[in-house]
Design a protein around this ligand. Structure first.
Ligand code: BG6
Length: 507
């Protein structure tokens, strides 16, 4: 008797949990993130029937908007989606509300409390609340304190707080912020968000590593010669100069997104799939990580800034010419560096990470290069045999590929590399959700697995302390190298790898 073939698309691959009745309160609701990412993600959850009918979104910001105006603003941002799903939007938008709130004015907090009670009555949201701080980082501490003082974080089972990145500016400010937020609520109420952890392909690194028996035995210094982690963007600073000028690529991308990809790639297998087991392993590996040369950091790190570029028809501005940017700015838009992880698994294996704006291509990936075969028995078609390489493609072309040598057809015995490929799109036929879809649902469900714990955030800041201090005290030692827009960054970044006889992968 033959076994029935199960078509995964037909039985439905998604195993989705439905959010409990609640009100999500977004502070900073007039800002970019709300209409670009958060409301589209919530609408997506609504269409997937993962939001209960007892759900409300309360937008808060200082502007004197009304419920109606807030709904219209959100509708403008979702125009195309609404055109395809008008009925869903009409249902969903009934649960959108707005309240003008300045988190620094106690009277506003009292009014907020009253409004929440009213929403509880209208939408049956059972006093269950998730507060999302999508405000400028300098308001995080006062925001948490204000919510706690207003008694809105009192019940750890029914109130959660989501805090956007960057969580702190360096190790000591992250430590103080942790202390402050932990005095306002319990750690299980605090959700430090890093949207890279919401990406399907970043989570897939865990599944690929720990659901297959073939990878784990070779996932270490005996087989892997180096790891490259890239997050390249084609966009420039856009409208965010105000924030970016005081952040730069190191704080904006490296300390969080790239470090999280590194932690997931390098962590030890957890004993169980539960939030604390996973986060313990991530914290441990970050505590063992260090930049390759802590005494002379300029030898293992490169900073760059984009210059003009593009074509005659669509010229691109240099970073220093962008609106809101200081014409003499020394903020980096590109960082590349070499790190080591001092533990049994990874001792001596270099991890190279790089990120930049206005690079040649939008691509994020993790590349593990394996050691060469010990003896070369065959001639290689390209001169020398390539090393095996596993590429975990985070975006945009989500999937993975493995490169290995095969016999070149013909009478000789020459080898040449080929690629074996897995693509999310081809295998599952549906696009992955944006990271925020997963993370908003998890925060509202109270599941912290994909959020960073206080010790992880501190370990990540500690890792970059030698660089941050050098930039602060003697920036000339870590100068900014200009690079043309839409290229692969400054030449000194290639030189960083050339010192180790390596090249960056050009995806
Ligand atoms: C954000 C950074 O966290 O991530 C942005 O602040 C960056 O500067 C963005 O553009 C990149 O995210 P993604 O998902 O497009 O890779």
């Amino acid at each position: 008797m033959s076994m029935p073939v199960i078509n995964p698309l037909r039985v439905g691959l998604r195993q989705e949990r439905v959010v409990a009745p609640q009100c999500l309160v977004i502070f900073g609701a007039s800002g970019d993130l709300t209409h670009r990412k958060l409301v589209p993600a919530l609408f997506q959850l609504f269409k997937q029937r993962r939001l209960p009918s007892e759900f409300a979104l309360l937008g808060c910001a200082r502007r004197a908007w009304t419920d109606q105006y807030f709904r219209e603003k959100m509708a403008n941002a979702l125009e195309e989606d609404i055109r395809e799903n008008p009925e869903a939007w009409s249902q969903f938008s009934k649960g959108l509300f707005y309240e003008p709130v300045d988190l620094e004015r106690p009277s506003d907090l009292i009014r907020l409390g009253e409004r929440l009670e009213e929403i509880d009555r209208i939408r049956a949201t059972h006093n269950n609340r998730t507060f999302y701080l999508s405000v400028a980082p300098k308001f995080y501490s006062n925001g948490c304190r204000a919510l706690a003082e207003a008694g809105l974080l009192k019940d750890p089972k029914r109130s959660r707080i989501v805090i956007e990145k960057p969580f702190g500016r360096d190790f000591s400010s992250a430590q103080s912020l942790n202390r402050l937020v932990q005095s306002c609520g319990q750690e299980r109420q605090i959700f430090r968000i890093d949207h890279y952890l919401g990406k399907e392909t970043v989570q897939n690194i865990l599944v690929l590593r720990f659901a297959n028996s073939i990878f784990e035995p070779i996932w270490n210094r005996n087989y892997i010669s180096n790891v490259q982690i890239t997050a390249a963007e084609t966009v420039g600073v856009e409208e965010r100069a105000g924030y970016y000028e005081s952040s730069g690529a190191l704080r904006d991308m490296v300390q969080n997104h790239l470090t999280q990809m590194l932690a997931i790639t390098a962590m030890e297998p957890p004993g169980h799939f539960d939030p604390e087991a996973i986060r313990n392993e991530k914290a441990k590996v970050l505590q063992a990580a260090r930049i390759a040369n802590e005494i002379e950091p300029w030898k293992c790190c490169v900073r760059g800034q984009y210059e003009k570029g593009g074509s005659k028809e669509s010229p691109l501005l240099a970073y220093r010419e962008e609106s809101g940017v200081n014409p003499n700015s020394t903020t980096e838009t590109y960082v590349a560096m070499k790190l080591f992880i001092d533990n049994w698994r990874w001792q001596g294996v270099p991890f190279y990470i790089r990120t930049g704006k206005r690079l040649a291509k939008r691509v994020s990936e993790v590349v593990l290069t394996f050691r060469e075969a010990p003896v070369h028995l065959f001639d290689a078609a390209g001169g020398s045999p390539t090393s095996n390489q596993l590429v975990l493609r985070i975006q945009p072309d989500e999937g993975a590929e493995f490169r290995f040598e095969v016999k070149s057809p013909g009478s000789g015995m020459r080898s040449r590399p080929v690629e074996m490929e897995f693509s999310y799109d081809q295998s599952f036929g549906e696009p992955s959700d944006e990271g925020y879809v997963r993370l908003l649902a998890d925060a509202m469900l109270g599941d912290p697995t994909l959020f960073t714990r206080s010790d992880e955030v501190e370990a990540a800041w500690r890792l970059y302390t030698p660089l941050l201090e050098l930039i602060e005290d003697s920036p000339w030692q870590l100068p900014i190298h200009p690079y043309e827009s839409r290229t692969w960054g400054p030449a000194s970044s290639d030189a960083l790898l050339a010192k180790d006889d390596l090249l960056w992968r050009r995806p």
